[in-house]
Design a protein around this ligand. Structure first.
Ligand SMILES: Nc1ncnc2c1ncn2[C@@H]1O[C@H](COP(=O)(O)OP(=O)(O)OP(=O)(O)O)[C@@H](O)[C@H]1O
Length: 247
């Protein structure tokens, strides 16, 4: 599975009489991880929903091209802040949810679900119910479910914001390893998260918003918390986001 790069052109969105953004352009390289930041309400989730072709009201427009020329439909996975586990399926059933939608999961589906649960460190939880697990464990299951979809493009909307700080760092390590060969676009409010995970950081800034590119520290992802360059850039990024808020 070779992930496509994405090119966005003429992205525009208006809610009521408020233009959130107009004529945005962006390029996401194949196999890269981009983090999208910006103040609350700047339109980050809406832009992600547009790329995923999810329903949006009002006026919106997006020209989206893939680097391989193949339409994106069917190649996108979505991971949200809420784990969106369904209570009527056990853990393995939740991982295989897309197979349930397509009919009855096969024995091969079950083996794959168990393999993915092992990868996220929850091999022994396959037959538990979601409400028996912690928030961090549930988010690991959501990650396994994202991987089960085997999509080459992964769109994530604040996927790790609802877990404690230590679990979040563990999820960074896990996601960085398991999504290494995908094109990832992730919305986050956490500058440190962006600096650890991203090949590229974009800030949605202004009204109507434009995309501002921010440089990331050198080195392999996920970058270590001890990295002095990461700490320096974190201070810079916070300042930049404050300026965004003041804009
Ligand atoms: N379905 C909708 N109808 C009308 N307005 C909407 C709708 N969805 C979002 N908005 C408005 O559009 C703006 C952008 O919303 P969006 O969720 O994309 O922002 P965001 O940058 O992801 O915010 P946050 O960081 O708080 O999640 C907000 O002001 C929101 O109220």
């Amino acid at each position: 599975m070779s992930p496509p790069g994405l090119v966005l052109r003429h992205a525009s969105l208006t809610f009521g009489d408020r233009p959130l953004f107009q004529a945005l352009q962006a390029r996401f390289d194949a196999g890269s991880w981009t983090c999208l930041l910006g103040r609350s309400g700047s339109g980050k989730s809406s832009l992600l929903r547009m790329i995923a072709s999810l329903r949006l009201p009002d006026n919106h427009h997006l020209d989206l091209q893939t680097s391989d020329g193949i339409p994106l439909a069917g190649r996108v996975a979505w991971m949200a802040q809420q784990d969106l586990l369904v209570p009527w399926q056990r853990v393995a059933g939740n991982v295989m949810l897309s197979a349930h939608w397509q009919g009855r999961p096969t024995a091969a589906d079950r083996r794959r679900a168990e393999h993915l649960l092992a990868q996220v460190g929850l091999a022994d939880k396959a037959d538990r119910w979601p409400d028996e697990l912690s928030g961090g464990q549930r988010q690991r299951i959501a990650l396994a479910r994202t991987l089960f979809a085997d999509a080459s493009v992964v769109l994530m909307d604040e996927p790790f914001s609802a877990v404690d700080a230590i679990t979040r760092l563990e999820l960074h390590d896990l996601a960085s390893r398991l999504l290494a060969d995908r094109t990832v676009l992730m919305v986050t409010h956490d500058p440190l998260e962006a600096l650890r995970l991203a090949d590229r950081i974009l800030i949605l800034q202004g009204e109507p918003a434009r995309l501002v590119s921010i440089s990331v520290p050198p080195g392999d992802r996920p970058r270590s918390l001890d990295d002095s360059e990461l700490q320096r850039r974190q201070a810079e990024l916070v300042t930049q986001l404050r300026e965004t808020d003041d804009a």
